[in-house]
Each structure stands twice: as C-alpha cells, then as structure tokens.
Design a protein around this ligand. Structure first.
Ligand code: NAD
Length: 318
C-alpha cells in the first residue's frame, strides 16, 4: 500500500515509525516545517523508543522520503493518507496535497478536536474519509527527532454509510503494524469523550500553569469541570449523540490520580513552553460555535476560548 503521512510532527512521526517497522516500506512524509523536513532529509527520522527491560536506550533512524508540503509534486497518488497536522493546520495541508489525493485515496483523520469532517469534505468525497481518535502519544524533541513512549490504541469509523468494511479493513491494516486499531460503531461519541478531557485539562492547565494533579487539588476544580462538560454534552446531544454527563465528569476527574497526574497536557506544552498557537478553536471554540448554531448557551467554553487566545497574544504565540 502506498501511504503518505501528511503532518509528520510527533504523532505523524510515531505512526511512520510503527508502520515502517510493520513492513510498510512505501511510505512518504509530508510536512510544513522546513527545519524538520531538512533534518529528516539529512539524517533520517530519529526515533527515541525509550528503554528496554534492562534500562538500555533504544532508538531507530528511519530513512524515509519526505516532502515539504508547499513542494508536493502532482502525478503521484496515494492509497492511504493519514493526516496528522494540528487542527488549525488541516485545511492548508489538504489544500497543498490535493495533487496526491486521487478518487481511490482513503484519508484517515486522527486529529484531536471537533469539526474536521467539514474541512475534509472540501477536498475529498465523504466515501474516502475515515475518522478516528488515538490514545498513542509522542513528542517532537527537535527537528527530525521524535520521542515515542507508552502504548496506545486507535478507534476509527467510516464517515459515509456503506464504507463499514473499508473501515474494518483499515483498522486491521493498522493493527498489523502494532497500532492496536479497532472499528468503532460510534466514533463521534468517542471523539466527544476525548474532547471533554482536552476541553478541561488542556486549557485549564495552560491558563493556570499547573499539571493535571495540581489542577485536581484546586477547590473550584469540580465546579469548573462539571460546567464545561455540561456544555459539551448539551451540544453533543443536539448533534444526536448519546452522552452520559456524570460518566464524562468522572472520566475527566479520573485523570487527577492516574498515571497522567504529573503530566502537563499538550496545550500547556505548546503554549507555555514553546509559544505555539493552540487547537482551542477546535475544542472549546468548536463547542462555542456549535452552541450558537443550536442556540445553546456555552459561557464557560466562550470564556476559556477567549482566555486562551488572550494568552496566545500575551506570549506572542506563533
Ligand atoms: P505536532 O505539533 O508535533 O506536529 C504538528 C505539526 O506542527 C507538524 O507539521 C510539525 O512539523 C509542526 N511543528 C511541530 N513543532 C514545530 C515547531 N517548533 N515549529 C514549527 N512547526 C512545528 O503535533 P502532534 O502532537 O503530532 O499532534 C497532531 C494531532 O494529533 C493533533 O490534533 C493532536 O491534538 C493529536 N494528538 C496528539 C497526541 C500527542 O501525544 N502528541 C496524542 C493524541 C492526539
């Protein structure tokens, strides 16, 4: 299968390493960060795979074709394109790679956040789109260098009716490379479930400059989480999803004393540590927008979105 990873940051790089190690050698990276592309061209993609049982560091250097997204040649079409940009980069990426998206190309979107189908549908037919989410994690530690840790999974579903078998085949294909993928009969509910965690922990730890465990210790934490989750649930229900509000609040709050308690979520890392713009418009911002459409008040999501944008300005985020 001819595969492209469009958005070869932390997660795109991780998936590239796993798919290549799983025997898929016809794989191309496409990315918009010139220094990253140049480093991969020069030294290959360097992956830190953590330590083995004896505490010895493991790593691989992947020699893989890589294209700058503004220089994608046309004429070559891929069977599978996995998009892994940040949410706000998705439209530009799809625009830039139109030349490699043929009528048979399947596009798998595993980005966090809401509203990606509308963006994808501007560039490919609904039948070609597969939507999912993933519990795998990774970090870029510099241009051309990815750190992979922990285990994870992928859930995915077809967007157009009648493509269930194609979605199941795609999940099976990913699992052959150890990606632990499964077909979901209700991917939007799973995406909302993850968005409830991102829509609370991401923006609140970034605004308060704390980790997940520290946030959980704060007296107002429960009231804030309950209100934000209730806005996600109200909007999700307006979209026809069957969401259990108290289960979702408990799901978010279970992070406080879990293995991720000491973790600073990606929005904190992007904004506070690296002064990068955030995906807020596709998490709380998406709920605020959808809330206006359905005439559902979303005051906490409105405020959190505005506060994160204010902090982006304050820090000169790019
Ligand atoms: P990322 O920020 O590592 O990469 C996204 C894009 O930004 C890539 O094109 C990358 O080259 C570019 N980029 C990264 N650092 C840059 C820098 N310093 N300067 C300029 N460009 C830079 O994003 P990611 O973590 O791979 O996330 C992709 C999607 O997957 C997002 O929607 C994210 O929410 C989701 N996701 C991430 C994780 C994770 O552990 N990283 C887990 C699950 C889902």
């Amino acid at each position: 299968m001819k595969i492209a990873i469009a958005g070869a940051g932390a997660m795109g790089s991780r998936f590239a390493v796993m798919l290549t190690q799983g025997g898929n050698e016809d794989l191309t990276l496409i990315d918009g960060w010139p220094e990253h592309v140049a480093a991969i061209k020069k030294n290959g993609l360097q992956a830190d795979l953590g330590e083995d049982d004896k505490g010895v560091g493991k790593g691989v250097g992947l020699q893989v074709p890589v294209w700058l997204q503004s220089e994608v040649p046309s004429g070559e079409q891929f069977d599978l394109v996995i998009v892994f940009t940040k949410a706000m980069q998705l439209g530009q990426m799809l625009h830039d790679i139109q030349g490699v998206l043929g009528p048979q190309t399947k596009v798998l979107c595993l980005l966090n956040g809401l509203g990606h189908i509308e963006t994808l549908e501007k560039y490919v037919a609904k039948e070609q789109i597969f939507l999912g989410n993933t519990m795998w994690t990774a970090s870029l530690i510099g241009p051309g260098k990815v750190k992979m840790f922990g285990t994870g999974s992928v859930e995915l579903q077809n967007v157009a009716p009648g493509q269930e078998d194609a979605a199941r085949d795609l999940a099976e294909f990913l699992s052959k490379s150890g990606l632990n993928a499964s077909y979901s009969a209700d991917i939007l509910a799973s995406i909302y479930r993850k968005a409830c965690v991102n829509g609370t922990m991401n923006c609140l730890t970034a605004l308060l400059e704390c980790n997940i465990g520290q946030f959980g210790q704060m007296a107002p934490a429960h009231a804030i989480v309950t209100q934000v989750v209730s806005e996600f649930v109200a909007v999700g229900r307006a979209e026809g999803l069957d969401l259990n509000e108290s289960e979702l609040v408990a799901h978010v709050e279970s992070c406080y004393d879990s293995a991720v308690a000491d973790h600073y979520p990606s929005m904190y890392q992007d904004l506070i540590l690296h002064k990068r713009k955030t995906e807020i418009d596709f998490i709380n911002g998406a709920i605020a927008r959808k809330g206006r459409k359905y005439e559902i008040p979303t005051p906490y999501c409105d405020l959190l979105t505005a506060m994160i944008h204010a902090k982006e300005e304050l820090l000169g985020a790019k």
